[in-house]
Structures are given as C-alpha cells and as structure tokens.
Design a protein around this ligand. Structure first.
Ligand SMILES: *Cc1c(COP(=O)(O)O)cnc(C)c1O
Length: 358
C-alpha cells in the first residue's frame, strides 16, 4: 500500500549511539524526544537500545502509547501540561516541563489522591525565545521553594528552550544564566538540583565548541538523533545517517504539460499570488498520490536527482521528471528522503503506512 514511510531502525540506533558518545564527552545527558514520529514505540525503543534512559514527548497520548508498549525509559512531557490532562500525565509520565504553579498544584493533588509516585517537575525559564518559561526569575525561585515543600511532586531541576519560536540561538552567556539560576534555586531550596536541561538540537554546536558551562548537564534531542543534524549551523554530525525516513508514493498521472499554467491567475489557499518558473512548453509531469496532509514538500529530497518537486496540494504532489534518466510509467514508485516536518506529517497522517527495516 502506498504512500508509505520506510523507517531505518538500524540507522536511527547508530545515530543515537554517535550523538550519545558525543554528548558524554561533554558531560551531557540526553532526553530522547519522540514527538517527531508521534511517539511510535518501535522507534522510541531505538533510543533505549542506543543507550538512552530518558525519553520525552509533547503529547500525553504518546506517553501513554509508550507506557502501554512497556518501554522502560523515564518518560517526560516536554510541553507545559494542560490542566485537563493532569490525571493522564501522572498515570503515564514520570516528569514534565512546567511554568504554571496552578498546574503543578493540580499535579501534586492528583498524585496525593491516587497514591502514585511523586511526579518530577522541571521548571522552565525563558531566556529570550518567547515561548514557554518564566521571564520573572524571582517568581521562578519562589515557585521552586513552594514545589520543594509539596509531597506529590519532586523538584527535579530547571530547563530552557531556545531556537523554536523566535529562533534565538543558545550561547555561552545564556547557558551561564541558566547555570546561575541553578545556583539560585539550589541555594533557595537548600540542595542541589538533579538536572539542568539546556535545550534542544540547537545547542549541540555550542556544546561541541565547549561553550556549555558547568552546571548545565543535559539536552532534550529529537532532530539530531533522527537525522544527525544539529540546528545552529544546519550541519550533519560525523558518523550519522540522514536517510532514516524514506517516503514512497505512487505515480497516478504522467503527461507532457507546459511549465506555466494558463488562464486567469487567482490567489492560493493562503491568499497569496502563486509564482511559476518558465521551463518551457514541453515538460514531463508526474502526479503522485501524496499531499501536504502526508508530508512536507519543502523539507524532503527526491532520491532520483533528476526529479524536481514543483509543489503539492493537500493530496496531489506535482513533479517535473523531464531531466530524470529513469523511464517512469504510471504505477511506478517515487522515493523521497524526509526531513523534520515531513516526518512529523507522515506519522500524523493515517493515510501513510509505516514499514520498519532493520
Ligand atoms: C521539540 C522539543 C525539543 C526537541 O527539539 P529538537 O530540535 O528536535 O532537538 C526539545 N525540547 C522541547 C521543549 C521541545 O518542544
């Protein structure tokens, strides 16, 4: 059945081992982030096989999937929890990133009510990306003191997230601020913190340049484990594979057509005027049964270098195959190496089958 995504489990395990060794050289522990592939337990297991003991996902539903599959890692929720999901969070998760005391109080009450193990809380600080976290650092220290007194939650540590919304790059100054906050919180609660989570794959470049100061001891990684890609310079880490996810889709129409459309040009679905490149009158065009619902045409690469991606609508993918050396026909399969958002959509779409290779 097509479309389908081929997952190379061995290449993922390899990437995990390589990135883990790299992080260990710098005293950094890893929380393996599973949200990119909808928490799929088969792939999450590769993180564990590669030596990770902590995994994280932004959806409680994915933590539940992994708990029910019997995965053994410590499970983190890496998005501030919804008040309405606290019961499931306590049931399926061990730790979470938090920035609202109201929610932490609700977690505490849920644990006390159900008699579960204390839930581990990581307090988030915003160092400029304007996404989650306290911007008032005094408030964060006060919250830490309150959390320390609760019986149902355990103050696990603090963390920061950068390069996700405003694309603010982590630097030594910001990491030092985080390390200083660790000291402030530790002094306020009278003990050291277990974990200080310095960010995502965007912090690996800084780490490799020895730019993470003492006091920051872990990262939450998704993209770098899956594609071997660090996010600051968009470079690939030596010894990693990027061909971990391959989309296969089928050609449903193949015709010679002009490169430019004809008629009166209207606005696209987002209200913008589309732009077209004139490549001549006689181009060989293929349509594949795949669309934006199933992948992201902007972050994928055809395995056949002669194929040009023209664009996609929600369920049609338009290709120019004129320059390919291959003689395609209707029913043939075309393959693409997928990047981050393409993988995310492939795993979210119920129309895409998953095939795992060792
Ligand atoms: C998605 C996410 C990550 C992982 O980011 P990558 O760039 O894939 O490493 C880490 N932390 C938080 C809070 C996230 O939302």
């Amino acid at each position: 059945m097509y479309p389908r995504v081929i997952v190379d489990l061995e290449h993922i395990r390899n990437n995990v081992r390589v990135v883990k060794a790299l992080c260990e050289e710098h005293g950094i522990r890893i929380v393996g982030v599973t949200k990119v592939f909808s928490g799929d337990p088969k792939i999450a297991q590769c993180y564990i096989d590669g030596g990770l003991t902590m995994t994280g996902d932004s959806r409680v539903a994915n933590l539940k999937l992994q708990a029910e599959a019997g995965l053994t890692a410590e499970r983190w929720l890496i998005r501030p929890p919804m008040l309405s999901e606290v019961a499931d969070l306590v049931k399926y998760g061990d730790a979470s990133l938090n920035s609202e005391i109201e929610v932490i109080r609700a977690i505490n009450e849920e644990v006390l009510k159900t008699g579960s193990e204390p839930h581990k809380v990581v307090l988030m600080v915003d160092l400029g990306d304007i996404r989650e976290g306290y911007v008032d650092y005094d408030e964060m220290v006060e919250v830490a003191v309150e959390v320390e007194k609760m019986e149902g939650v355990y103050l696990y540590g603090i963390g920061v997230n950068l390069t996700c919304f405003s694309f603010i790059t982590p630097d030594t100054e910001k990491m030092q601020q985080l390390a200083d906050l660790r000291k402030r919180v530790s002094d306020a609660v009278g003990r050291t913190l277990d974990i200080v989570s310095g960010g995502n794959s965007g912090t690996i470049d800084l780490m490799m340049n020895n730019g993470i100061p003492e006091g920051v001891d872990s990262l939450r990684l998704g993209e770098s484990l899956l594609f071997g890609k660090e996010r600051a310079k968009y470079s690939y880490l030596p010894g990693t594979f990027r061909d971990t996810f391959t989309m296969e889709c089928e050609i449903v129409e193949l015709k010679e057509k002009p490169s430019l459309p004809w008629g009166t040009l209207g606005a696209d679905s987002y209200g913008n005027k589309p732009v077209f490149t004139d490549r001549g009158e006689h181009r060989m065009k293929a349509i594949c049964a795949l669309g934006k619902q199933d992948f992201d045409p902007e972050i994928c690469t055809p395995l056949d270098p002669g194929i040009l991606i023209l664009g996609a609508s929600s369920d049609h993918l338009m290709l120019d195959i004129t320059d390919s050396d291959h003689e395609y026909k209707v029913g043939d399969v075309v393959k693409f190496e997928l990047g981050y958002f393409a993988v995310m959509r492939a795993f979210t779409s119920r129309y895409v089958e998953r095939v795992y290779t060792e």
